[in-house]
Design a protein around this ligand. Sequence first.
Ligand code: LLP
Length: 417
Amino acid sequence: MAVAQSLSHVFPLGSRLDERGRLEVGGCDAIELAAEFGTPAYVVAEEDLRSRARAYQGAIRDAGQDDFQVTFAAKAFPCTAVMGLFAQEGLGCDVASAGELHLALRAGFDPAAIVVHGNARGEAELAGAVAAGVGLIVIDNMDDIDRLERLGAEQRVLIRVTPGVRGETHEKISTGQADSKFGLGPSDVTLAIERVRGVAGLELAGLHMHIGSQLFDVGPFRAAIAVLAGLGDFPVYDLGGGLGVAYRTAQRPPTVEEFVGGLIGAAHERLGRDRRLLIEPGRSLVANGVVTLYTVESVKHNVSTWVGVDGGMSDNLRPMLYNAEYEAEIADRFGGSTRCHVTGKHCESGDVIVRDAVLDEPRPGDILVTPATGAYGHAMANNYNGVPRPPVIFCKDGGARVVVRRETVEDLHVRDL
Ligand code: LLP
């Protein structure tokens, strides 16, 4: 018999175990959500996302920076409802493709608050961004400059700098090191600055950096800011995203206040106090505000115990791509002592969502929850094995609403001709 536990910080703010030991997110009972909307499902605690947006804005003001924009990196959760919520909170939006730009405009972002990224953009993609009136286009390579010149664009731009620093994270999500596919190294930046200044219509507002993702140490950010400082003096600096989150209870990333304090402190010291500063958090705005609910379909006792659920690598690719570790619980029986692997339903052995989970005697029909699935979950969802993608459900004050419906098997052939 499991003993109810208080909830760890990996779960959404405001979620709890009720007196029966059942998980409640945004005031909604997880078991009832599963019954009403089916599984798998992404369950979003709306107030969690709002309070993280406010925490970023408050922390920047508290650090003594008045001219700033917190720019949501839409790639982390490119869902109109999530983006619309952040637009309401006064954030800007970072988009990395014409598709994300389309969503950002649909979600209600002021085009002037949109920052456009990309390392391999065609003329049409850049022309679309210019025509939409986006605030900033981030130049990643010399070809971008040629294209914007050919388009005769009237556009404010930033140049993305690869500062040559490496933070501690998975190599697939490290971007600040020399020879990254993103941005220009310091000597090429100097050439790019001259080149942009020679193009009528382009206004060079400043520099951009994004050194990587899921980072726990502010040190590499400080080192990168020092590199930017050596490249000239500009009115605008975009310091990128990258703050790491806790996927497991044992992880203690810096708080938003600690992270922002370190970043703004370094910017004031190195870049000056009266610059406009942008930051582009993705993961840290959305990861912990979301849980995924699954149904346990099978429990197999082999050498290990294998708990099979009705989703997997089609709704969360991160364990397979980055060896990302998650926690799992049975939604109405937290705790327990059954050591097992939680696997998805897909036809490959790599489809393991949580290795060495400890659950309370899992059995078919149980609702299993994995916390901290808001970032890059829905974003990288796919239809492997013809599995329809889950809905997105917003919960607030005990009320639940579907903001993205579940995909159907008919959706799998809507593009057939
Ligand atoms: N700005 C730029 C230019 C970026 O490329 C990214 C993330 C961000 C901001 C937001 O970074 P964040 O605050 O989320 O760390 N699929 C991977 C993550 C890829 C990150 C790509 N760029 C994952 O699931 O871990």
